[in-house]
Design a protein around this ligand. Structure first.
Ligand SMILES: Cc1cc2nc3c(=O)[nH]c(=O)nc-3n(C[C@H](O)[C@H](O)[C@H](O)COP(=O)(O)OP(=O)(O)OC[C@H]3O[C@@H](n4cnc5c(N)ncnc54)[C@H](O)[C@@H]3O)c2cc1C
Length: 404
């Protein structure tokens, strides 16, 4: 039996505490907030999308991505599902996305917390760990009011994402000589400074968006796009945002090209003009708003007309061929230059973190300092939207706890 201190009562810290206690260790969890699992509560808009059936490495990002083959496996998937059964959670699965059957994230948090308490895990809340020192084989964990002694220490402090200020988790890791891979916001909204933002704010459309870096195509996503007074948001945007943040950090020009009508599949703007010409045969003698309002959001049509300096009452027949091509481009290839991402506070996760290759992925023990362990988002691993980040938190916490 070892005396274990876990720093951070978030998703991975709680999973780790349960598994370590089931292994008959003495387990103390120290949490800086007054309550545990704040991000679990906020997750999935209060419903907690805690896992995804498509648990596979393609949904994860890390500088040492190939190492994830050892841990993002079907065996790990089964381990996560067994863990949730063991604490009484029955999943509701929608398109592969797992939610608790109650549809409430609080039921995930309460089930974890109740299990940990019943097993005898001891919690100290309102206690920020300021420093950890090691003397011979023992660790001293220093908070403002109290010091703790432990044989092993687990650093489960998450990341800067979703937090306004005062995050010191990385400092604790660096004090044991670990490398910090460049931390940037990921799963975050994108900002631009175009003149029409106030006009499109509030519009939601099904779109295809393509990311270009210095005019080179990088990746595309399809999904519901949310247009806001600062730029764009939505799951499809989130899934490109990690790449955008890195690209902007490297001072590249980042462009998002939006297809506002992905259901109409064409190979070129010329083909799309021909498609619109066909539509015009059916709907002639209409101005552009009347001509398009059945297929495109009204506010967007107004923006396209304004962007191209067309008269408000212009009809499709009034346009020259070049104007038709320009109009088609607004609908199928709308260009948006991205200036920045939203701040860490607005992000769901961070990319970067403690270098993965410095951690033993069987036990989650540091390869640099015996007795120090890491779990969750503090490690240089981030996932796509859809339950992948919590899945990483659970599996790292479970595997670490089982090996303590
Ligand atoms: C708004 C929002 C929605 C999200 N929705 C989803 C979703 O639906 N699905 C999904 O998979 N992921 C989602 N995520 C991401 C997911 O919540 C995180 O990836 C996950 O919680 C990370 O778990 P963790 O244990 O590493 O860190 P956390 O859950 O962040 O826990 C870290 C804990 O450590 C504590 N701590 C930090 N420093 C110290 C210190 N020095 N001393 C003591 N305690 C400390 C923190 O207060 C916190 O309680 C969402 C995130 C946000 C912000």
């Amino acid at each position: 039996m070892s005396k274990i201190v876990i720093v951070g009562a978030g998703a991975s810290g709680l999973a780790c505490a349960i598994c370590a206690k089931r292994n008959s260790n003495e387990v103390i969890v120290i949490e800086k907030n007054s309550t545990c699992g704040k991000k679990i509560l906020a997750s999935g808009n209060g419903k907690c999308n805690y896992f995804n059936d498509d648990f596979n490495i393609d949904h994860y990002h890390s500088q040492d991505k190939e190492l994830l083959n050892k841990i993002i496996t079907s065996e790990s998937k089964q381990k996560i599902l067994d863990f949730f059964s063991s604490i009484g959670i029955i999943p509701k699965i929608k398109n592969g996305y797992y939610y608790p059957n109650s549809d409430q994230s609080i039921s995930i948090l309460n089930s974890l917390f109740t299990e940990a308490k019943k097993l005898g895990v001891i919690f100290y809340t309102d206690s920020e760990v300021l420093k950890i020192t090691k003397h011979k084989q023992q660790f001293t964990i220093i908070t403002k009011d109290k010091n703790f002694i432990a044989d092993k220490i687990v650093i489960s402090t998450g990341s800067k994402a979703g937090i306004a200020k005062n995050y010191n988790g990385y400092k604790l890791a660096i004090s044991f000589n670990h490398t910090l891979i460049n931390v940037l916001p990921a799963l975050v909204q994108l900002r631009t400074n175009a003149s029409f933002l106030k006009s499109w704010a509030g519009v939601r459309v099904d779109a295809k968006i393509k990311l270009y870096e210095n005019n080179k195509f990088i990746k595309e996503e399809v999904g519901q796009l949310q247009l806001t007074d600062y730029g764009i948001s939505g799951i499809c945007v989130f899934n490109l945002s990690g790449l955008v943040a890195k690209s902007l950090e490297n001072k590249n020009t980042v462009k998002i090209v939006i297809d506002f009508l992905p259901i109409v599949k064409v190979n070129s703007l010329k083909e799309f003009v021909a498609w619109l010409d066909e539509r015009n045969k059916l709907l002639s003698k209409r101005n552009l708003v009347e001509f398009l309002e059945g297929i495109i959001n009204y506010k967007l049509i107004q923006i396209f007309i304004k962007n191209l300096y067309l008269p408000k009452q212009a009809s499709w027949n009034d346009l020259s061929y070049q104007q038709k091509l320009d109009f088609a481009k607004q609908i199928k290839e709308f260009n948006l230059i991205i200036k920045s991402t939203n701040s860490y506070e607005k992000a769901q996760v961070c990319s970067g973190g403690i270098k993965l290759s410095e951690i033993n992925l069987k036990t989650f023990e540091s390869k640099l300092e015996p007795g120090v362990y890491f779990t969750g988002e503090i490690i240089d691993v981030d996932g796509d939207c859809g339950g992948y980040n919590l899945a990483w938190a659970w599996i790292s916490g479970i595997r670490c706890g089982e090996n303590l």
